[in-house]
Design a protein around this ligand. Sequence first.
Ligand code: GMT
Length: 379
Amino acid sequence: MKIGIVCYPTFGGSGVLATELGKALANEGHEVHFITYQQPVRLNAFNANIFYHEVRVPTYPLFDYPPYELALASTMVDVIINHDLDLLHVHYAIPHASAAYMAKQIVKQKNGRNVPVITTLHGTDITLVGKDKTYEPVVTFSINESDAITAVSQNLREETYRFFDIRKEIEVIYNFVDVKRFDKKPLDAFRQVIAPDNEKILIHASNFRKVKRIDDVIKVFAKVQATIPSKLLMVGDGPERHAAEELCRQLGVDEQVRFLGKQEQMEDILAVSDVFLLPSEYESFGLAALEAMAARVVVISSNAGGLAEINIPGETGFLAEVGDTEAMSNYAIQLLSNPDYLAGMKEKAFQQACTFDISNIIPQYEKLYSRFCRMEPSK
Ligand code: GMT
């Protein structure tokens, strides 16, 4: 098949997932065309089946707001027609689903072809941005106009029906992880640099937005390190970073916390870590937590959104109410003070991640595509 993938090219979960999906489809022999405003961060190796089309948004003095969505729709039309795409798979509703609707209408008028559009909902496109009155009518319309809709968790499916008047079936296709990539031996030299006295290592990775509650990460860590010699790695960057660094100083843990910025080699960083903290206000799925589990890192998270669909309390980690930093730190102390308990849970976290392995999820997307395609999947 010839598949167009539209996504945000950044470190965010939806972009990571879409890029890994495209790479896996290309490895299966499909021709994959990424349509984005810059090279996706995880699209970092040559593959003969992968094509990248950059959306250029010309600037003009009249435009206070350059019309990205129009440039995107026009690029989609160009790629669909010139590369004879079988379908478009757009990740994140805003503005990708509405731009795809426009592109589909244009191609229909120009060529008489009805190009299927599949929309995958990821989370904040529904729960934060999408339900804002500014966008809601367009989001509802473009989801309903998609030929197929998928959500990355059961919780996100339910939330979408709750917030929007959706008249179509939303299928759940869970996010995935390439377990092979994350199942790595710890690099001793790296661990030695981070934790020279063999301290335990806690880690958090996100885009440091309010929804992630990174101040809770720092508060949990401050309590843990008062009892257990430990270090905290903060991976990523975003609007809350400055306040988080300030909180570290206020709580007197700044020497124990390292802000690593955006990192591509997450597998190496996770391989030396013991506990992943994800106290988010909402998380449709929590791809970062799944990647941690694939690296045998135990997850202590909030019970928000779809997190309970991946993190099984007492088995792969623990769940606590949003904001209950006391419970989260107690769980971490309990775990980190008992090496056998920690080792057993790390193994179970890994086993759970294997159920979300890429090899189990890609066929679900291929099956979905084949329902809409002019031809059977090429293998
Ligand atoms: O978490 C973010 O803020 C980034 C966001 C995105 O769209 O890139 O992540 C969402 O999609 C991920 C991939 O499906 C999910 O794993 C995240 O849970 C989800 N984030 C939220 O729901 C807050």
